[in-house]
Design a protein around this ligand. Structure first.
Ligand code: GLU
Length: 275
C-alpha cells in the first residue's frame, strides 16, 4: 500500500509552492491507488494560528484535494513525542542544553578550526547541570551525535532511497546535535515528523528539496527508535518570476489571494503542470 502525506504548518497562508507540493503528493497517491494523508504540524503554539489551519483546509479543498479524516494535529499527540523522547533519553542519546540562541551562535563562532557549521555540544558536568535544574533554568534536549554514533557503530549503514536517484548514504552530521525538544514547546520538528511518519505508516515521503537535509537527520532517528524508513522524493522548489522560491511572506501569491482574485483551480493546476 502506498501512503503519502502533505504536512503543512499553520503559520501562514499557503502559497503556490505548497499547492505544488500537495498536488504532487496527492496525484502520486492517486496514480498508485494509495492513500493521501493531510497532517497539521502545529507544535509551535507561538506561531500557529487557527485561521491558518482553516485556511489550509479551504485552500486544499478549493484545489480539488480530498484527504482522510480525522486529520492528525500534532498538538494533540504530544504524548507520542514524549514517549519517543523518553526512549532516546533512557538510551543515553540526549543531553540537556541550557544555552540561549545567542550562546549557541557564539559557541559555533568560537569553535577551533574555524566556525562550526552546525552545533555540536556535550552534556554539562553533573554538578553544574543540577545547579541549573534546581534554579529552574529552561533547557532543550539535544541529540548527541557522538552517542548515536557509538550506539550504531558509526553511520555507515544508514541510507535511504531517493526516488530517481537511488540509495543515498545518510549523513546525519549535516544537522549537528539537533534539538529534539525545544525549551518552549517540549518537542521539535525532526522528532515529531519522524514519529508521525512511522505512526501513520507513511511509505512515501514527498516534499520539497528544502527538506532534503532533514531526511539525513530523520533517517538517524528512525534507526535509533527502530522505525521503518519510507521512500523519499524531494521535488524541486517552485520559483517565482524573480527566480526566488515562494515563501509565506509573499502575500500576493497566497492561494487565498489567487482565489480572491478569481483564479480557477483548474488554471492554477495547469500552471503548476498538473492535468
Ligand atoms: N511541516 C513542515 C513544513 O511545513 C513540513 C514537514 C515535512 O514535510 O516533513 O515545512
Amino acid at each position: 500500500m502506498f501512503i503519502t502525506r502533505f504536512a503543512p504548518s499553520p503559520t501562514g497562508d499557503l502559497h503556490r509552492g505548497h499547492a505544488f507540493s500537495a498536488l504532487t503528493a496527492f496525484e502520486a497517491a492517486r496514480a498508485a491507488g494509495g492513500r493521501f494523508i493531510l497532517r497539521i504540524e502545529d507544535i509551535d503554539a507561538t506561531r500557529c494560528r487557527p485561521q491558518f489551519e482553516t485556511g489550509i483546509y479551504e485552500d486544499l479543498a478549493w484545489l480539488g484535494l480530498t484527504w482522510e479524516t480525522p486529520v492528525r494535529r500534532q498538538s494533540e499527540h504530544l504524548d507520542d513525542y514524549q514517549a519517543a523522547l523518553a526512549r532516546l533519553e533512557v538510551d543515553g542519546l540526549l543531553y540537556r542544553c541550557f544555552r540561549t540562541r545567542r550562546e549557541v551562535a557564539e559557541a559555533m563562532a568560537s569553535a577551533p578550526h574555524g566556525a562550526m557549521e552546525v552545533f555540536r555540544g556535550r552534556p554539562l558536568p553533573l554538578a553544574e547541570e543540577m545547579r541549573r535544574l534546581t534554579a529552574g533554568e529552561p533547557f532543550a534536549w539535544r541529540l548527541s551525535l557522538d552517542a548515536a554514533a557509538r550506539k550504531l557503530g558509526g553511520f555507515g549503514d544508514l541510507a535511504f532511497t531517493e526516488e530517481g536517484e537511488g540509495v543515498i548514504q545518510a549523513r546525519p552530521e549535516l544537522g549537528g546535535d539537533v534539538v529534539l525538544a525545544r525549551k518552549d514547546v517540549g518537542v521539535a520538528y525532526h522528532l515529531a515528523v519522524t514519529v508521525d511518519d512511522a505512526l501513520q505508516g507513511i511509505t512515501h515521503v514527498i516534499r520539497g528539496r528544502d527538506l532534503f537535509e532533514a531526511t539525513h537527520v530523520q533517517r538517524l532517528l528512525q534507526a535509533l527508535l527502530g522505525l521503518p524508513t519510507p521512500l523519499y522524493r524531494h521535488h524541486a522548489l517552485l520559483t517565482g518570476p524573480d527566480g526566488k522560491r515562494f515563501a509565506k511572506r509573499d502575500r500576493a501569491e497566497t492561494l487565498r489571494s489567487l482565489r480572491d482574485r478569481g483564479m480557477s483551480p483548474a488554471t492554477l493546476r495547469r500552471e503548476l503542470g498538473f492535468d
